[in-house]
Design a protein around this ligand. Sequence first.
Ligand SMILES: [Fe+2]
Ligand SMILES: [Fe+2]
Length: 393
Amino acid sequence: MHSISSPAFGGPPIGKTTTQHHHHHHHIFPHATVSGLQMTTTHHHHAITHSLPSDKIEVIKSLEPWVEQSILPFLKPTDESWQPSDFLPNSSQPFDQFATEVRTLRDQSAMLPDDYLVVLIGNMITEEALPTYETVLNNYDGIRDETGASASPWAKWTRGWAAEENRHGDLLHTYLYLSGRVNMRMIERTIQNLIASGTVSVCSQDPETENNPYLGFVYTSFQERATFVSHGNTARLAKEKGDPLLARICGIIASDEKRHEKAYIKIVEKLLEVDTTTTMLAIADMMQKRITMPAYLMNDGYDLSLFSHYSAVAQRLGVYTAADYADVLEFLVRRWRLEKLEGLTSDGQRAQEYVCGLAPRIRKLQERSHERAQKMEQDGVKFSWIFNKKVML
Ligand SMILES: [Fe+2]
Ligand SMILES: [Fe+2]
């Protein structure tokens, strides 16, 4: 996983949420306010949990046969799946052969610049916090895995999805370990902190997805698409820098993200079909709160703005940018045919107008906060992950 706009690179500062209690979370859309950098704390007071009314939970439950038939086939059986070891030196060979393969890997990874490494490490750490994401999915009302081995198709999907995702962190982790370029201990500390901290899916006063699967699946659709873009870009850059193995590694991960994206997009498409207004309102709500990366709370114990620094480097290298955020949004608007939705309530229509008009506004604002971050740290920033070498933002 990975995604989305960080405040540092202009997570489009749209729709600043005010401090109102929103028990009804869908009323205000077009508060276009530039909220600027809000980097550190998230506010857990007034957390809204379980916002989904029981009739909506029934809607989710009623989709179980459809999930079995239409969503589970997006998972690949283990027999047809790649494994991290397919891409890594085989350590069970005689030592000399293993060492030769490792040397080849290291000769190529030696070509990767420090700024690229920072972004790759950030992506890897994001993948490694998978336990958090599985927990979040399992807390969406109507889809949770009640036992840990539930036969509910929703639960089967979540477990199968996590089982596939689990390979992403493993593969990137082992590659980086073998490269010898990075401070594994600092990276491992960051992973431990991140899993212990959890995640927030939106940058707002109320950063939860409220255990609400309508909001949750909008998030995962956005998320998987954004990760696909990001891993795809690290693959392209690896090739350009002269590391074809790493290009294949990032590419195979990107192709998983793409498949997962398709499944989540299809779920939201189904929700739009069976419950149009609620789903449209959920999309607007998520966009208004501003979707953020799942690794937003990352912390190495040294750099208090680690996530925004990593995001700023990703922005500068073109791995994941504010323009990509707008592109993902535009893609989803098109894919869900939001402009053509019919039968919406008047609230639903306002939500529709807001979401369909949002991408151009994001594009206008896009570079501003990145420039601000660069200005604040003109000399670059030290990253513990690469032995405190300095990298420009
Ligand atoms: Fe993913
Ligand atoms: Fe992933």
